[in-house]
Design a protein around this ligand. Structure first.
Ligand code: UGA
Length: 441
């Protein structure tokens, strides 16, 4: 039977792991988070979340105060302590390839396994190519001293910016298990969610792994679909925001994730569709997902289109023009700049000779590290001062709420590209702006 209150370890304290560890502690479990990065551990021990995520710092402080969460770099310690180990390390895109880099997953399993001398459950949460779980199961079988250690796969669907809410109140729980014992352990851990009605989908390992990449592929496809329609709208004079509203009223289609604009970025959608393409090739089913090449290509074309729009507003030349880029994070309410469309565009126009000033409410420190050659402003007003062109590339609330009159007094020329279709064109044009957007006039 499952222990009434299993003790939990969480391996990897990135977005997923930190959120998972804090939320498990919030549910009342005793939790240890493990990372190999000493600097990250120091921050977490001091009660600081190393990234921006609304609500998470408060919850970290609360559960640390209650003594339910601590941090370590010792695999021996977590093996001693926990009944259930969650593996939450990253699977980034491999440099110069489509495939995911599994070195952190492999390192986590092979560091943990030699310490497992009693029957425990190891749960993979990282997003991995189908077939990884079986390999990790074999690794546990060959390297753990206890031969009864079991594996489960439990993909995570949290969104950055809503990580706490998504973890505590998920749409569904996907439990990829081999045995009833493993199922019982997971049902015990997730009892608070299951009791409040969260649907549970029981699967084998391969399905659990695939659910995650299928879900992200679908979301990416939905975004690229509407962005493809935006291209057609531009050629016909139609308005993609109205089109999305109209087709979105059909419940079978749904309005969510039909926001046309600069397209998707981040640490998940782009690398997950690429890793899926790579894995499908290995499996000999590349035709089945060849549409994902198009999804990726449509998405990247939007970045080029935004650059073209800006260039039109600047009468064909970027050279020595002052351009304000509003937004650096890949989406609002995040400081994550992995594969950020906004920074990709900022760098592209910088290379064309523009004098670019980037502002973002949360992501500037991260942006500076990855793009040290760009210039950064301390506020939106500083960024737009004397600008020949304003480009809104990440739809933070403060940019959506900007007053065209007020901003108009600061710029040199009233040119704006709304890369996320979040401003009211009529209002900006009435204030004397030349307004351009993707997929609408
Ligand atoms: C995504 C998924 O939504 C989560 O369910 C999943 O758990 C996560 O990846 C993951 O694999 O870990 P996230 O990367 O946090 O979450 O961000 P999203 O909210 O999905 O946005 C992704 C990108 O799509 C952003 O750049 C956003 O600006 C863009 N987007 C989103 C659009 O361009 N249009 C839309 O209509 C929606």
């Amino acid at each position: 039977a499952a222990p009434a209150k299993p003790r939990i370890s969480v391996i990897g304290t990135g977005y997923l792991g930190t959120t998972h560890a804090v939320c498990m502690a919030e549910l009342g479990y005793d939790v240890i988070g493990l990372d190999v990065d000493a600097a990250k551990l120091d921050l977490l021990r001091a009660g600081t979340v190393p990234f921006f995520e609304p609500g998470l710092p408060e919850l970290l402080t609360k559960v640390q105060g209650g003594g339910r969460l601590r941090f370590t770099d010792s695999y021996a310690e977590i093996a001693q302590f926990a009944d259930v180990h969650f593996v939450c390390v990253g699977t980034p895109q491999r440099k110069g390839e489509l495939a995911a880099d599994l070195q952190y997953v492999e390192a986590a399993f092979s560091s943990l396994a030699p310490h497992l001398d009693r029957k425990v459950l190891v749960v993979g949460k990282s997003t991995v190519p189908a077939g990884t779980a079986v390999r990790m199961e074999q690794l546990l079988a060959s390297q753990a001293p206890c031969k009864d250690v079991e594996l489960a796969w439990n993909p995570e669907f949290l969104r950055e910016g809503f990580a706490v809410q998504d973890t505590l109140h998920p749409d569904r729980l996907v439990l990829g298990v081999r045995t009833e014992w493993a199922e019982q352990q997971l049902r015990a851990v997730f009892a608070p969610m299951i009791e409040s009605g969260t649907p549970v989908v029981l699967t084998d390992f391969a399905t659990a792994e695939l659910v995650k990449v299928a879900a992200n592929s679908f979301l990416a496809t939905k975004i690229s679909f509407i962005n493809a329609m935006a291209e057609v709208c531009e050629a016909t004079g139609a308005d993609v925001t109205k089109l999305a509203e109209a087709i979105g009223h059909d419940a079978r289609i749904g309005r969510r994730f039909l926001n046309a604009g600069l397209g998707f970025g981040g640490g998940c959608l782009p690398k997950d569709i690429r890793a899926f393409i790579a894995r499908a090739q290995e499996l000999g089913v590349d035709q089945a997902v060849s549409f994902l090449h198009q999804v990726d290509a449509i998405n990247l074309r939007r970045r080029a289109r935004v650059v073209d729009l800006g260039q039109e507003l600047l009468d064909g030349s970027w050279t020595d023009r002052r351009v304000a880029v509003l937004g650096a994070a890949f989406k609002p309410d995040s400081d994550d700049i992995r594969d950020s469309p906004a920074l990709d565009v900022a760098a592209a126009i910088g290379r064309r000779g523009a004098n670019v000033l980037v502002y973002d409410p949360q992501a500037l420190d991260n942006a500076r590290q990855l793009y040290p050659d760009l210039q950064y402003a301390a506020s939106a007003e500083d960024a737009v001062r004397d600008a020949d062109l304003v480009m809104l590339l990440t739809e933070w609330r403060e940019f959506r709420d900007m007053s065209p009159e007020r901003i108009g007094t600061l710029v040199r020329r009233r040119n704006i590209v709304d890369g996320r279709n979040v401003l009211d064109p009529a209002q900006w044009r009435a204030a004397g702006w030349v307004y351009r957007a993707l997929g609408r006039q």
